[in-house]
Design a protein around this ligand. Structure first.
Ligand code: GPK
Length: 834
């Protein structure tokens, strides 16, 4: 079968790039014409779905015009491209973004409302592609947005999962996962290119192509193939003409896979079995966050992504270039964690076996091409794959990995003769208890740059997890602190605050130059500003309360402090510590209903990996505590707890703008960076947090006076265990903590059932891996300080304003600039308007 139809997706400069109209009349004409010709209906008979779909393709048309000019400019310039390889993208809804980026928001509102259609209705028809789990996937989307905004030539490569991250509901307080069939009604934002497939091989054997050297060239004869079918979505920059793309691969069975004979014989299941098997590769996103998952299908997914993307990258390179040595001058491939690290042996294979480049030259090209971002320190998140599985699934890649390892260890032995400990630790192969390939080691050896995602994380990577590599190649190691896009997480999520900011800064230049937020500093103690700032928060909270009432039935008080903990459920993030605090407040109120406390709404949201029992039990505890608290008249008006189901980008855009207090309470040294912390600070939430991840940098910038700090620092957390940490001693010595744990284990939140949460309490009283009890007193006291600060309304508002004013650094535009300067060495390419 032909590899592909050799369709070349490039658009060359020429007279055929169209121009979209510039008036509201043109826009309305485009809408009517698309309704008629694309949707095949008339204005009289159009449904809301027709309207949505038509609007989407009309906006897409406008972006196509920019995209065509972008590709033409790239063709002429032949610049170095960033290729971002990521198994996850959490793009968020596209409609409101594209209305903003094309400047058609107002027109659309007028046209829609004249026909009795609200923008809110249209927005709810827009489905968020949930092609990721959490921070890592959302970071990928923020970086794409910023690269386009900064005119960086870039393509994002990923997998077009049929089912994204599961939909979360609760039954008896327990998480229930339902499939996310996100394209059920079609996806108007994407362009499919079924005539541009790549063939991907698996299994089979290798044989020599000339001579017997493993250094190749060798031939790999796969025994199974599937096709990768691309589609792409447009990634517009804000305030610029650049439109990049994110190209997503979908697995398709080869054409001969349908068994007509069996179907004819009535064996309908068997007839399509082969198709189902092949297509299972891109069927579903693995819903695991920060845990390694050794499943064959997962490894196939990873290789599928890598193989299709590299073939595409090489074809794009060859379109304008011939000499392989120029490859790293035109291509930098950023590996988003270890998931796409097979790209390293795959590029070696393509160069050596298919393009006759000799090994040493290929290795130099490969190392100069790749850069690797590590997103964790948790050992359980560092991927390794059994050698036996790799040998079976990807026999040629395994040979290549062995050879890379051989050369690497030989050089290592020359630099550090006889250091067997070093060889064993740095080897790409782990020997005990089972031979496995260490993907992080492969990534470090095969890349010219390795980065962590916040200062502390990058330091700890170099001092602990990747210590020996960092001493070997100190120049490879970088820090690039994460960031978030202010377009989505301030302008789109929080239009009220955005207007207020623009009014005080004299325009919306801050949206592409977030350091301008510093101009708000001058108003931090201004009474009129503080009044308006509070108004914005209050109105946002009214919106949130309406949503909470509609979806959960829980009634929230917009005057209460809105205390939010929104993130994946994971033990290291310590939702449990937050629960201990909530129960503390509850106990205090029950003991003394007259106690003057600050009215507070605690908002939780987040998903847990379906197989992560400990996290799911904490989740159930949150729901149980919420139920008890919300139904206890003694605490009504003082404390409310709500768990908003199905946290995703859309939900984040709703919750973040109403937050007063941002909970960033992971055990120090565990959260690589965090990015929710940045979104919340930018929206004027004050953080209560540990010295972990980017919290440290947030506190450095917003100032210690505008940040509530508690708990162990990373060094203390690491040494606590060595100095005989005993969770039990905190329980014994702290009556308030004792009362909290006794209430949970005594069945206060489980209708008297003492077994329901016993394992939560036992595990925290026993080993307490994440030192919840050790940090409890410091946390609860700090929360008391928060309440005193809240009672000084004016002062709190000033703190809130200063959080926004001083968080400009956390724009993902700055992150992308850091990558450009420190790692990518790429230049922007301006796309002309005409
Ligand atoms: C890190 F290792 C992982 C992972 O598998 N998934 C994921 O979302 C997160 N992450 C970190 O936990 C965050 O601290 C960080 O901000 C985010 O990646 C982006 O770097």
């Amino acid at each position: 079968e032909a590899d592909s139809l050799a369709f070349v997706p490039e658009i060359k400069p020429g007279p055929n790039i169209r121009r979209v109209g510039t008036t509201v009349e043109d826009f309305e004409q485009n809408l009517l014409s698309n309704l008629y010709f694309q949707r095949g209906t008339t204005i009289e008979s159009a449904s809301a779905g027709d309207a949505y779909h038509t609007l989407a393709v009309t906006l897409r048309d406008r972006l196509v015009d920019r995209y065509a000019r972008t590709v033409a400019a790239h063709y002429e310039t032949n610049p170095r491209f960033v290729y971002y390889l990521s198994a996850e993208y959490m793009l968020g809804r596209q409609l409101n973004q594209n209305l903003l980026y094309t400047g058609t928001e107002q027109w659309t509102r007028e046209i829609a409302e004249a026909r009795g259609l609200s923008m809110e209705t249209l927005a709810t028809l827009d489905v968020e592609p949930g092609l990721g789990n959490g921070g890592l996937g959302r970071l990928a989307a923020c970086l794409l947005d910023s690269m386009a905004t900064l005119d960086i030539p870039a393509v994002g490569y990923g997998i077009r999962y049929d089912y994204g991250i599961f939909k979360q509901t609760f039954q008896n307080g327990e998480q229930v996962e339902r499939p996310d069939d996100w394209t059920f009604y079609g996806n108007p934002w994407e362009f499919a290119a079924p005539d541009d497939q790549h063939v991907v091989g698996f299994y089979g054997k290798t044989e020599s192509a000339n001579g017997d050297s493993m250094a190749g060239p060798r031939r790999w004869i796969p025994s199974e193939t599937v096709r990768g079918e691309p589609s792409h979505m447009l990634v517009p920059g804000y305030g610029t003409q650049t439109v990049n793309i994110v190209r997503l691969w979908r697995a398709r069975a080869s054409r001969q896979s349908f068994d007509l004979a069996r179907f004819g014989a009535g064996q309908y299941g068997e007839a399509v079995q082969h198709i189902a098997l092949s297509e299972s590769i891109s069927k579903v996103l693995y819903p695991d966050d920060s845990t390694e998952l050794g499943r064959e299908l997962r490894l196939k997914q990873q290789y599928f992504l890598v193989s299709c993307s590299l073939r595409d990258i090489i074809r794009r390179f060859q379109f304008r270039n011939r000499d392989w040595d120029a490859f790293p001058d035109k291509v930098v491939i950023q590996l988003n964690d270890t998931h796409p690290v097979l790209a390293i042996p795959e590029l070696m294979r393509l160069l050596v076996d298919e393009h006759q480049v000799d090994w040493d030259r290929a290795w130099s090209i490969t190392q100069r091409t790749f850069a690797y971002t590590c997103h964790t320190l948790l050992p359980e998140a560092l991927e390794t794959w059994p050698v036996a599985l790799m040998e079976r699934l990807l026999p040629r890649h395994m040979e290549i990995i062995y050879l890379i390892n051989h050369v690497f260890l030989r050089d290592l032995d020359m630099r550090h003769p006889g250091d067997l400990r070093l060889m064993r630790d740095l080897s790409l192969i782990q020997e005990e208890p089972e031979r496995r390939v260490r993907m992080a080691n492969l990534a470090v050896v095969g890349s010219h740059a390795v980065n962590g995602v916040a200062e502390l994380h990058s330091r700890l990577l170099a001092e602990t997890t990747l210590r020996d590599f960092a001493s070997l190649w100190p120049e490879k190691f970088h820090n690039v602190t994460n960031g978030v896009t202010p377009r989505r997480f301030v302008r789109l999520a929080n239009p009220r605050l955005s207007s207020l900011i623009s009014a005080h800064l004299g325009g919306d230049g801050w949206l592409t130059d977030l350091d301008q937020l510093a101009g708000l500093e001058a108003f931090a103690d201004d009474n009129a500003m503080r009044e308006r700032w509070r108004d914005v928060k209050r109105l946002n909270k009214v919106d949130l309360a309406a949503y909470a009432a509609r979806t959960t039935g829980v009634v929230l008080d917009p005057q209460a402090m809105c205390d939010v903990m929104i993130k994946r459920f994971h033990e290291y993030k310590r939702q449990l510590l937050k629960v201990l605090h909530v129960v503390t407040l509850y106990n205090r109120l029950r003991d003394d209903p007259a106690a003057t406390v600050v009215p507070r709404t605690v908002v939780f949201a987040g998903k847990a990996a379906p197989g992560y029992r400990a996290a799911k039990l904490v989740m159930k505890l949150v729901n149980a505590v919420a139920d008890t608290v919300n139904n206890d008249p003694r605490v009504a008006g003082a404390l409310r707890v709500v768990f908003l189901p199905d946290y995703n980008v859309t939900r984040a855009e709703l919750i973040v703008p109403s937050a007063d207090l941002s909970e960033q309470i992971s055990l120090a040294g565990k959260e690589a960076s965090g990015t929710g912390n940045m979104k919340l600070a930018l929206n004027g939430a004050v953080t209560i947090g540990t010295l972990d991840g980017a919290n440290i940098e947030i506190r450095d910038r917003v100032g210690a006076d505008n940040f509530f700090l508690f708990g162990y620092n990373a060094e203390q957390a690491m040494s606590a265990r060595r100095s005989g940490y005993s969770a039990r001693s905190f329980y014994d010595q702290d009556p308030e903590l004792r009362a909290v744990l006794d209430a949970i284990s005594g069945g206060v939140f489980s209708s008297g059932d003492r077994d329901a949460f016993a394992s939560v309490v036992d595990s925290v009283l026993g080993w307490d891996e994440y030192l919840c009890l050790g940090d409890y007193r410091s946390y609860v006291d700090c929360q008391d300080t928060v309440e005193r600060a809240w009672q000084d309304r004016e002062r709190w508002t000033s703190m809130s304003i200063r959080n926004t004013a001083r968080s400009g650094f956390f724009s993902s535009d700055r992150t992308v600039r850091d990558y450009c300067r420190g790692i990518w060495n790429v230049e922007p390419v301006r796309v002309p308007e005409e």
